[in-house]
Design a protein around this ligand. Structure first.
Ligand code: 1ZZ
Length: 569
């Protein structure tokens, strides 16, 4: 699996073995760095330090939990989070990363994950003390908190865990809505295979350098941004997503300063750089070291690639560095992408926008475009559901046998070939190149966040007493810069006066910004009873979306963002 030029490392078959090997043979090499302020204040960890802290945490855990038991992780982005994650793996426990609850924000998702994974212990940091004081983290079930900075050094007590490729490494909670999250079960083997695939496709070597601002709790930030550098043995400089969102210039400055070769994010991040880094501020950037600018996790826009390449070519950015790729947590992370040196493949698709190719399936994996109803393979060039099979496909959803069977055990109708993972994404393959064209599942991806319509509808309805409960619909449309969010909401009769309506538009936008850190592109307020519903009273999102686009909704007030809004934090 290793490509030419990769350093020779001892054969190992889990990340724990690999890190132990590095701690022994490359002890003083820099493993991870974290930019505390996103700019200059930096902390580093060598492989020896990383391994030592992981053993301290693991030795403590080994006294507390059984092998294979789930352990919740609640940390702000930073090195302590990474050592806690690795501590779980070193202990033979199953790590459960979460977005930590934040002061004065809803705990729904955190609590739902805790309820679903049923951990007895949570590893956390003293940084979150005020949060734990506010809420009752143990409300769902008894959950003991272990603050990892405070642990005494008992690294010598650590016992190598009895894990192999079949053992679970962690649960990735991404799919499913806030109220009913689904934990994708990632085994050590899944992780190992996917990390190998990424290394070979990105041609990572000890000479590579990463700069990563992606959320470390999500597959792309965790596996791509943190575990891939550790696996392949190259340094990475991390910063918090907030540091980048507040000032995208920090991202490109870090690439310049650390001579990064690998960096990237969802499509929207490239747009942000063009929109929010003025020409004056671009002076001094040098992006010439950047040779894998990966773009994945949401639909990729050819216009974004053009804009970014044009804006930053004078600062050393090379268009062929763009690396469009496709993946999902259910297949660990990476499913398809091109060769490192290949330029992005862009095909016209009138009247739709040009399509950007996501390369070829990962080595050792099979990709089929299947007709979602007949379950037969689609002919070349025809759109169908993307099905995947191979060693990166996860073990299923934690504790959800029915959902696991539907999603992870699909078989082709005539040949009986399988089991395949049904991705819920639509796409086509043309001359071996995968194009992702749409989605069957309800998921929306706004500002890089995976959002489910009914969560947003619920949040908005609760946010203001002027909204009709159950009378709102969230959907996405193809807007400037890609997928944009629209909310149509019924307003109670007593609020239907001119002066009462504008604050309601603000309430919708604020509800979404506060709870999801995503921006709203369009709001339409309508009278009670205007939202089309099914006979059982469920809002019909598709119909509502169509009425919105055809302007047949008859709203009492509409609002549309002039440009791309920056989500409030
Ligand atoms: P998640 C060193 N989607 O988003 C760094 N890609 O997982 C290596 N839609 O489960 C980085 N076009 O949250 C390698 N191209 O959401 C990164 O997102 C490889 O609807 C990309 O089902 C990994 C992305 C992982 C991720 C998955 C859903 C998918 C799909 C959508 C992802 C897409 C894309 C269109 C793309």
């Amino acid at each position: 699996m290793l490509h030419k030029g990769a350093e020779p490392v001892a054969p190992a078959s889990t990340l724990v073995d690999r890190l132990r090997w590095r701690a022994e043979h490359q002890s003083s090499r820099r493993a991870l760095s974290f930019l505390l302020d996103g700019e200059h204040d930096i902390r580093h960890l060598t492989y020896a330090e990383l391994d030592h802290t992981a053993r301290v945490i693991a030795a403590h855990l080994q006294r507390l939990v059984q092998p294979g038991e789930r352990v919740l992780l609640a940390y702000p982005p930073g090195l302590a989070y990474v050592t806690a994650f690795l501590g779980c793996l070193y202990a033979g426990a199953v790590a459960v990363p979460t977005y930590p609850p934040r002061p004065n924000r809803s705990w729904t998702r955190f609590e739902a994950i805790a309820r679903d994974a049923k951990p007895r212990f949570m590893l956390t940091s003293s940084d979150l003390e005020t949060v734990w004081k506010q809420g009752d983290a143990g409300a769902a079930q008894p959950l003991h908190r272990v603050v990892t900075e405070a642990l005494t050094d008992c690294a010598a007590d650590w016992l190598p865990p009895d894990v192999n490729q079949a053992s679970l490494a962690f649960l990735q909670y991404t799919s499913g809505s806030t109220g009913t999250p689904k934990g994708v079960m990632i085994s050590h083997g899944n992780l190992w295979h996917n990390l190998g695939v990424i290394q070979s496709r990105f041609e990572h070597s000890a000479q590579s350098v990463g700069v990563i601002w992606l959320p470390p709790y999500h597959d792309m930030g965790l596996i791509g941004g943190i575990l891939q550098p550790l696996y392949a043995g190259f340094p990475v400089v991390l910063m918090s997503p907030l540091a980048c969102i507040q000032r995208p210039l920090r991202w490109l400055q870090a690439i310049t300063r650390y001579r990064a070769t690998t960096s990237g994010g969802p499509n929207f991040a490239y747009d942000w750089c063009v929109e929010r880094i003025s020409e004056a501020k671009r002076a001094g950037l040098d992006l010439s070291s950047w040779d894998v600018a990966f773009n994945g996790a949401e639909p990729i826009s050819a216009a974004t690639l053009d804009r970014f390449a044009n804006a930053f070519a004078p600062f050393g950015f090379r268009r062929q560095a763009f690396y469009p790729c496709y993946g999902l947590a259910e297949s660990t992370l990476y499913v398809a992408g091109g060769g490192k040196a290949a330029s992005p493949v862009i095909e016209p698709a009138p009247p739709a926008r040009p399509r950007v190719g996501c390369g070829q399936p990962a080595p050792g994996h099979q990709l089929v475009i299947a007709h979602p109803e007949t379950r037969t393979p689609c002919p070349e060039g025809e759109v169908g559901e993307i099905w995947v099979r191979g060693p990166s496909v996860a073990q299923g959803y934690w504790n959800q046998p029915a959902e696991t069977e539907t999603t992870f055990q699909a078989y082709l109708a005539e040949s009986g070939e399988g089991p395949f993972l049904r991705t819920g994404d639509l796409g086509l393959v043309q001359r071996g190149e995968l194009f992702v064209t749409g989605r069957m599942k309800e998921l929306m991806i706004i500002d890089g966040r995976n959002l489910y319509p009914h969560d947003l509808e619920h949040t908005v309805a609760q946010y203001h007493s002027g909204f009709v409960a159950g009378g709102g619909v969230a959907f996405s449309i193809d807007g400037p810069g890609g997928e944009r969010l629209v909310i149509v909401q019924e307003v109670k009769r007593e609020y239907l006066q001119k002066t009462a309506l504008p604050p309601l538009v603000s309430a919708v936008r604020q509800a979404i910004a506060t709870e999801y850190e995503a921006s709203v592109y369009g709001v339409a307020l309508v009278k009670p009873g205007c939202i089309p519903k099914t006979s059982s009273g469920k809002p019909q999102r598709l119909q509502c979306r169509q009425a919105y686009l055809q302007q047949t909704l008859d709203p009492v007030l509409t609002w549309q963002a002039e440009t791309r809004d920056v989500p409030a934090n």
